[in-house]
Write a protein that binds this ligand. Structure first.
Ligand code: DGP
Length: 227
């Protein structure tokens, strides 16, 4: 069993994970403020404390030149047509595909805060065609698991005022949530839906249980691509 991050121990299950050939690609998805950043960080800390090689990532990666343009768009200092920003978010993921592949193959587990599904959900919520939105994501590395933190738009609103960024509006988030729900039912074999309104500790232990089973299982499986 994976132990809380303050206890570092070795068990047969963890030895098996360490002996694994590749790391797992684990993605957190959900609306703004659904708790993805908190939960993904907790998982990263736990894996680190148990000696499992792990790297946190998040998309958009605002550090590249494409990422800087995305940041200008999100903070409303730049306007772009919906199609253009959509393709830029996708390009921002493609920029890192080789780095992600190398890390996974050398045995590092990647914990990724948002991925292709945010790309589809946020653009489809604006009214762009779902299949058109998904097309540029084809060929990226397929996650081994997606942890979808689902909460109603009203629950998310109760967490306090939304910030100033472009998408932080209740009605828009409701539409984003509907697209995530649609993807979740289509991709049920590797999506895990959680109630994001439950206490953070409960959510964390459910996430840990699934991760614990996943890591040794995928260690010997080849990487797959989104198709
Ligand atoms: P975050 O840094 O996780 O708070 O994301 C910033 C905002 O960008 C958030 O409102 C979600 C949105 N977002 C993330 N990825 C994509 C994407 O691929 N496409 C679009 N349109 N929006 C995205």
């Amino acid at each position: 069993m994976l132990q809380p991050s303050y206890i570092v121990i070795t068990t047969p299950a963890i030895d098996k994970m360490r002996a694994g050939k590749r790391g797992a690609l684990i993605v957190f998805e959900g609306c703004d403020r659904s708790g993805k950043t908190t939960q993904s960080s907790r998982l990263v800390e736990l894996l680190k404390a148990n000696g499992i090689p792990v790297l946190p990532m998040n998309f958009p990666d605002r550090s590249s030149s494409i990422g800087k343009d995305i940041n200008s768009y999100l903070t409303n200092s730049k306007d772009l047509p919906d199609e253009v920003i959509h393709l830029m978010f996708s390009a921002n993921r493609w920029e890192l595909v080789n780095q992600m592949k190398n890390k996974l193959l050398e045995g590092t587990t990647l914990i990724v805060d948002r991925y292709s599904y945010s790309g589809v959900a946020y653009s489809a919520a604006k009214g762009l065609n779902f299949d058109w939105c998904y097309a540029p994501e084809r060929g990226l590395i397929k996650p081994d698991a997606v942890f979808y933190l689902k909460a109603s738009a009203d629950d998310l609103t109760n967490r306090g005022k939304y910030g100033e960024e472009r998408y932080e509006k209740v009605e828009f988030q409701r539409r984003v949530g509907e697209v995530f729900d649609r993807i979740c039912s289509k991709e049920a074999s590797y999506w895990h839906q959680f109630n994001a309104s439950q206490p953070a500790d409960n959510l964390h232990s459910q996430i840990v249980t699934i991760t614990e089973e996943l890591l040794p299982k995928v260690a010997t499986q080849p990487l797959d691509k989104l198709s």
